[in-house]
Design a protein around this ligand. Structure first.
Ligand SMILES: Nc1ncnc2c1ncn2[C@@H]1O[C@H](COP(=O)(O)OP(=O)(O)OP(=O)(O)O)[C@@H](O)[C@H]1O
Ligand SMILES: [Mg+2]
Length: 378
């Protein structure tokens, strides 16, 4: 019976038997190799034990060598650790020293910067003071020149025009009978001379308001405000106390008001203007307020010197000036100046003087009959 025929007869049994036989062989092989491994370990253990016995029996010199080597190793490790720690310490100390040096340099730089800043601040203060003094000097010289011009115009040109007018009047009386046809041109000449005299008076007043010396600051401002109301149609409300200031300071106040109302007529498109002068906390205070379109006070202007000039002039008189404004909020200019120690002008005198001042406008806005209150009580 061939293998093929046996297989054909037992197609399941024979493979199963083969598999079982193979398993038995494999298990047997595995047990064999495990036993072999155990035997090998046992012989290795035996060899190790024999070596240990040998070593125990070895001479003490070898032990001493090993001991020395171990000691040296120990020492080497300790030395290496100390060296490493020392290197680390040196490295850290150097870093710290560098940091300290950097900090010292930084402090030194800061100290130098501070010194430089202080020096510059002193320099700026010194230069500002010089500029204020220079502005004061220039303004004083300008006012003196204006006063001299006004005096010359008044004395020289005034007397010239007045005498020419008197001559013309005298000639007119004479030619009335001799040459009546010359009367008309002579009358025109006298009218022109009168216009010339009025123009001269206006120029003199513009150069230096004579009322400042004769009637005082409050009245002069009142007249200025009235003229402005008449010219511009803006309603002006004044509350002007008879405040006394140093002569130069009074002129500064006058110029400030002049500049402020010029600005109002140029830019503000205002309907009302309030002009106040009084004493507040022992100081003279002037305010000029309008209800116009206002402006951004932080916006830089290139060729505007009006407000700047005002500030310089006020500061040169030991005062202060502030401008408060914003678009569509109107503009307020406030000036504080040291009041004069002299006694104030009696209020009754100021009111009477204002009422009798030539061309004094009580209510002249737009030609309408507006109330133009002028309060002169301190
Ligand atoms: N009352 C005001 N209402 C609106 N804008 C104003 C008023 N006053 C000043 N300003 C604005 O502030 C700017 C500066 O005014 P400032 O008087 O210094 O110069 P300026 O009038 O332009 O020139 P300058 O006075 O030198 O002839 C003006 O150009 C204007 O725009
Ligand atoms: Mg101006």
């Amino acid at each position: 019976m061939t293998i093929r025929s046996v297989l054909a007869r037992h197609p399941i049994l024979v493979p199963l038997a083969c598999a079982a036989a193979l398993t038995v062989v494999l298990v047997g092989e595995s047990s064999y190799w495990q036993s072999e491994g155990v035997l090998a370990e046992l012989s290795a253990l035996r060899a190790g034990t024999a070596r240990l016995e040998e070593l125990r029996a070895a001479p003490t010199e070898q032990q001493a060598d090993i001991h020395r080597t171990l000691l040296l190793n120990r020492l080497g490790v300790a030395l290496l650790s100390v060296a490493s720690l020392t290197a680390l310490y040196l490295y850290l100390r150097r870093g710290l020293a560098l940091e300290e040096q950097r900090e010292r340099e930084k402090q030194e730089r800061q100290r130098l910067v501070q010194i430089e800043r202080e020096r510059l601040e002193v320099e700026v203060a010194r230069r500002t003071e010089q500029l204020v003094k220079l502005a004061h000097h220039i303004e004083t010289a300008r006012e003196q020149e204006r006063a001299r011009l006004a005096r010359d115009l008044h004395d020289e040109m005034g007397s010239l025009l007045t005498s020419a007018k008197l001559d013309a009047a005298r000639i007119r009386t004479r030619v009335a009978t001799l040459a009546p046809e010359a009367l008309e041109p002579l009358t025109q000449l006298i009218a022109k001379l009168n216009s010339g005299i009025a123009l001269k008076q206006d120029i003199i007043e513009n150069l230096r308001p004579s009322t400042l010396d004769t009637l005082g600051l409050a009245v002069t401002l009142d007249i200025l405000a009235g003229d402005f109301a008449k010219r511009s149609g803006v309603q002006v409300q004044c509350a002007l106390a008879p405040v006394r200031l140093a002569e130069a300071a009074e002129l500064v106040v006058y110029r400030v008001v002049q500049e402020a109302i010029t600005n109002v007529s140029k830019y503000a498109r205002a309907r009302q203007l309030w002009l106040n002068l009084g004493i507040i906390q022992g100081q003279a205070e002037l305010t000029v307020r309008d209800d116009g379109i206002g402006f951004d006070t932080n916006a830089a202007t290139n060729s505007s010197y009006g407000l700047l000039g005002m500030r310089f002039r006020v500061e040169a008189e030991h005062g202060s000036l502030s401008v408060t404004s914003a678009p569509n909020q109107g503009t307020l200019i406030r000036v504080r100046l040291p009041a004069s120690t002299e006694a104030p002008i009696p209020a009754e005198y100021v009111i009477a003087a204002a009422a009798s001042a030539p061309g004094h406008p009580r209510s002249q806005a737009n030609g309408a009959d507006h109330d133009f209150p002028v309060s002169r009580q301190g």
